[in-house]
Design a protein around this ligand. Structure first.
Ligand SMILES: [Zn+2]
Length: 89
């Protein structure tokens, strides 16, 4: 029992060096902005943020920062900004 747990711990250490094994399908977070805290989420393929800028643009510095922080761990569609998507179409 004990030795198998040690094996799992070793395996976890290896996995922790390979973040691209993980893809978030959804997440919620509190982003500490310069003036205020904002609640951020990614669910069902859509970003949301409680800041004022996001309500107008459907994108903001907080969602863009999180996309950069988690880039290897987000599905491809989560990395496309709404404005970029419009330019591609
Ligand atoms: Zn925001």
């Amino acid at each position: 029992m004990r030795s198998s747990l040690i094996g799992k711990i070793e395996k976890a250490k290896g996995y922790a060096q390979e973040p691209d094994r993980v893809t978030f399908s959804g997440l919620t977070a509190v982003f500490r902005g310069k003036n205020d805290d904002h609640e951020l989420s990614y669910a069902n393929g859509k970003w949301h943020c409680t800041c004022n800028f996001f309500s107008q643009w459907q994108i903001c510095s907080h969602t863009m920062a999180l996309q950069q922080i988690l880039s290897d761990m987000l599905p491809k569609e989560a990395l496309v900004a709404p404005m970029e998507a419009q330019l591609v179409e």
